[in-house]
Design a protein around this ligand. Structure first.
Ligand SMILES: [Zn+2]
Length: 431
């Protein structure tokens, strides 16, 4: 391999004392106080934090089928700009990623784009219809080597199917990522159920609809001794249930989205569909519990649930609008604002929740989420924590513009992202 050699000077690895990193032939060759290296391009990283490349467990890339909202190419550009070197692509495409053929197509598109590694998630049930199991084994054995399975967007609400899926993926240490939403309790639901939904006259989405499925599924995970991952936890009660499951030593992990760490249901008051999302924005008390759960490790990972939608699906009345918001290009800034600048988490803990643990959950920790040490693959991101930026939806790399942070000032900026030693982002721009 004959790629450029980079000497990164005075970076603060995981927020520690400044040091140098030599990046050569796809790997981190040396870490420490290094002299000049012949032929190396020097990058001045004074004041910048170095983290392992971020790993997203929950990205909607929309291809195949909704290339008007996002493509693998545009979505992975957004990911690289957000500091990600790996994303897991959700299965609710058209056609659904429920066969070896479709997951291999997504995997190939990711390789062709080259901005970050794309790991397809396989559907749990055929067509996300919740009726019979998809070909989980064939997807696991495919070139895409699928380890995460999810019907995300829909809940695997049939307890027997959920049990069988958990039993099936044990053979290859797979994991079922559940979108926990009891369908009968959320028919027609539009926003968090509470005082405010009554005032606004919107059908409520009770916390118990999420918590009832999580309670059932953690018991199924214990019973089958198979791995359950809970997608986008949004209520204080959900955090309590996961804390309880972990106290029992059961194989349960969970993620929280950036938007559920910072936004609350009060934003719905203006009926602007930009704030319509599944699961819905909750209360300030829920946000506080989610932050505490992420800080103490009950919640393993931050996952974006990046959900691009074109104008026509969002610029309409609340009831008709699609659910979901962008996340890749703002995730790290939101985590800095809510968790680091607030003193709840260190940068080392950010690396754990946004890189190491999601890589382990996705079974890609042989390549991603590694320590920044000699001999490891050079997947890393340099962040300027002192920078601030005002979010401009027209300047995002995503094909869609449905960010809830339009016009907001957020801390931190991704300066550079390296994928296997090659910059995908330099000086804050795509390389
Ligand atoms: Zn979901």
């Amino acid at each position: 391999m004959s790629t450029t050699t980079y000497l990164i000077k005075n970076a603060s690895v995981l927020g520690g004392a400044p040091t140098d990193l030599l990046v050569r032939d796809g790997s981190i060759a040396e870490v420490g106080s290094l002299g000049a290296v012949e032929g190396a391009v020097e990058l001045d990283a004074a004041g910048l934090i170095a983290l392992p490349g971020l790993v997203d467990l929950h990205t909607h890339l929309r291809e195949p089928g909704r290339e008007d909202a996002e493509t693998v190419d545009t979505g992975t550009r957004a990911a690289a700009l957000g500091g990600f070197t790996a994303v897991h692509a959700m299965a609710n495409t058209d056609p659904v990623a429920d066969t070896a053929g479709v997951v291999e197509q997504v995997w190939r598109l990711g390789r062709e784009a080259g901005f970050c590694d794309v790991f397809p998630i396989g559907a749990v049930t055929v067509g996300l219809a919740g009726e019979r199991l998809a070909e989980l084994g064939a997807m696991a054995d495919s070139a895409a080597r699928v380890r995460v399975f999810s019907d995300d967007g829909k809940c695997v609400s049939d307890a027997n199917l959920m049990r069988r899926a958990l039993e099936y993926v044990k053979a290859f240490d797979g994991v079922i990522a559940q979108h926990a939403q009891e369908p009968r309790l959320t028919e027609g639901a539009q926003m968090n159920e509470g005082e405010l939904s009554g005032v606004l006259g919107l059908a409520g989405w009770p916390a118990v609809a999420e918590e009832a499925i999580i309670a059932r599924d953690i018991l199924l995970a214990a019973h089958t001794e198979s791995r359950l991952h809970v997608c986008h936890v949004s209520t204080a009660g959900s955090v309590e249930l996961i804390r309880w499951a972990k106290s029992k030593g059961w194989p349960v992990t969970a993620e929280v989205t950036p938007h559920h760490l910072i936004l609350t249901e009060d934003l719905v008051t203006g009926y602007d569909p930009i704030y319509k999302v599944n699961p819905p924005l909750r209360t300030a008390a829920d946000v506080e519990a989610l932050r505490a759960g992420l800080a103490d490790g009950t919640i393993d990972a931050v996952a974006t649930d990046h959900a691009p939608h074109p104008h026509e699906d969002k610029d309409c009345e609340w009831a008709a609008a699609a659910m979901g918001m962008l996340g890749l290009e703002t995730a790290l800034s939101v985590v800095q604002a809510t968790m680091v600048d607030s003193g709840l988490m260190t940068w080392a803990e950010v690396a754990d929740r946004m890189s190491a643990r999601p890589a382990r959950i996705g079974q890609i920790d042989d390549r991603h989420g590694r320590p920044l040490a000699a001999g490891e693959p050079a997947n890393l991101v340099l962040v300027d924590p002192a920078a601030t930026r005002t979010v401009d939806r027209t300047a995002l790399a995503s094909l869609s513009q449905n960010t809830p942070y339009q016009g907001m000032e957020l801390p931190g900026a991704v300066v550079a992202t390296f994928l296997r030693g090659t910059p995908t982002v330099l000086d804050g721009k795509l390389a």
